[in-house]
Ligand binder design. Structure first.
Ligand SMILES: C[S@@+](CC[C@H](N)C(=O)[O-])C[C@H]1O[C@@H](n2cnc3c(N)ncnc32)[C@H](O)[C@@H]1O
Length: 381
């Protein structure tokens, strides 16, 4: 009850940013959703900040109505040793949901770089009310600032998704038979990419995130196009053991994908992740990932992004000095190359300028994503 009182006090003080932080903290502390009695609106109007509000009743209805797919298995679950877990409507799970909405938008465009037939259903099924569209709006349709921001972001998300699609397909084409998606979120590559039937794709993320995806895709009767194993685990823990228990074979060269993940892991967990990948990666393995250029937690960048997106990025991104990933990999004998987003965008012919400029807004010219560097590394055979 004390927590509820603090949240209401923050609201009464007219401090919605403090309120958002408290809501995230409540969930992290395991406070049941129904005991968080703060109220607000996700609709953005005249200079008013927005935030998202979960709708627990929809969650309960949908997850019990949708069966799990036969081919996917989800291991682990519940509260983790690190003390902080989340599902699709809380913590970093919400960012995966925003990406699904963006992929739905991208998939409907004539200049699309990807086609994700499951993205919309995943977004619609989630028990959250994010200020995001799943289609590019028609001419003359009025949209909120947060929706416009997300539409701009979908241009980047389409590019990023295609980059990793191509990396995965190229690795499979080169004869690799195993892939691991670290922080898979609502990634549907196992269900939509033309991977060889003998290819085994593993997905790791929080149990609640993968359970939601599994239930939703199961409700759509979606079938994976390759061998597919989902492992619910916290990537700050001993995920390597869980991966091997799930059937991963460290003797087989593997393509490792960490898309949009590193910024959520504290520096020691990033180091642990790289060490574990190195320990499990047979010679001939490939690793692709992205990292935020500069300091992801610089307050002015984050405040602008959080306030405009309606997602409290400040409380989600890990703080602390990020590792020099390329240098760490090179020190372990990997060949690593980095490319800034602009170069990748050029290669795919993707214009990332704001397609819906908002006029004299202070942040209108800033892109709604944090500046990214893409890294591709391989461990020589
Ligand atoms: C920005 S989303 C990216 C999702 C997906 N890779 C994509 O691009 O669509 C980050 C994902 O990393 C997951 N994640 C972050 N920290 C994690 C941790 N400690 N353990 C497990 N998953 C984590 C989140 O749950 C979320 O699904």
């Amino acid at each position: 009850m004390a927590l509820v009182a603090r949240a209401n006090a923050a609201l009464a003080d007219g401090d919605p940013r403090a309120l958002k932080r408290l809501k995230v903290q409540f969930r992290g502390m395991g406070v049941p959703e129904e005991e968080i009695t703060v109220t607000g609106t996700s609709a953005r109007s005249a200079g008013e900040p927005s935030w998202w509000i979960p709708k627990p009743s929809r969650a309960a209805t949908r997850s019990s109505a949708t069966p799990r797919p036969k081919s996917a298995s989800t291991r682990g679950g519940g509260r983790t040793v690190s003390g902080m877990s989340w599902d699709i409507a809380s913590g970093a799970g919400v960012t995966a949901l925003g990406l699904a909405a963006a992929r739905s938008v991208e998939s409907g465009r004539s200049d699309r770089l990807i086609e994700d037939p499951f993205a919309r259903a995943l977004f619609d099924a989630a028990p959250a009310d994010l200020p995001m569209l799943v289609d590019w709006p028609g001419p003359g349709v009025s949209i909120s600032d947060a929706e416009a921001l997300h539409l701009h972001g979908s241009r980047y998300v389409g590019l990023r998704t295609r980059y990793y699609d191509d990396a995965l397909l190229a690795a499979a084409g080169d004869g690799l038979t195993q892939g691991v998606l670290l922080g898979a979120g609502l990634d549907t590559r196992a269900f939509r990419l033309d991977l060889p039937a003998g290819f085994h794709l593993f997905e790791l993320d929080q149990p609640g995130v993968l359970e939601f995806k599994s239930a939703t895709l199961g409700g759509l009767a979606a079938e994976p196009r390759c061998a597919h194993t989902a492992i619910g685990i916290d990537l700050r823990e001993d995920w390597a053991a869980a991966l091997q228990a799930g059937g991963f074979d460290p003797r087989r060269p593997t393509v490792w994908v960490a898309e949009g993940l590193l910024a959520y892991l504290p520096p020691e967990a990033q180091s642990g992740l790289l060490s574990a990948i190195h320990a499990l990666a047979a010679r001939g393995s490939v690793l692709v990932l992205d990292r935020i250029a500069g300091d992801p937690t610089a307050p002015d960048r984050l405040n602008a992004l959080s306030e405009r997106s309606g997602i409290d990025m400040e409380s989600l991104l890990a703080s602390g000095e990020s590792n020099d990933v390329a240098a760490s990999l090179r020190a372990k004998g990997w060949i690593a190359e980095e490319e800034p987003t602009a170069i990748v965008a050029d290669r795919y012919g993707r214009d990332l300028s704001d397609p819906l400029p908002a006029g004299p807004d202070a942040h209108a010219s800033e892109p709604p994503w944090l500046d990214t560097v893409f890294l591709r590394a391989h461990r020589p055979a």
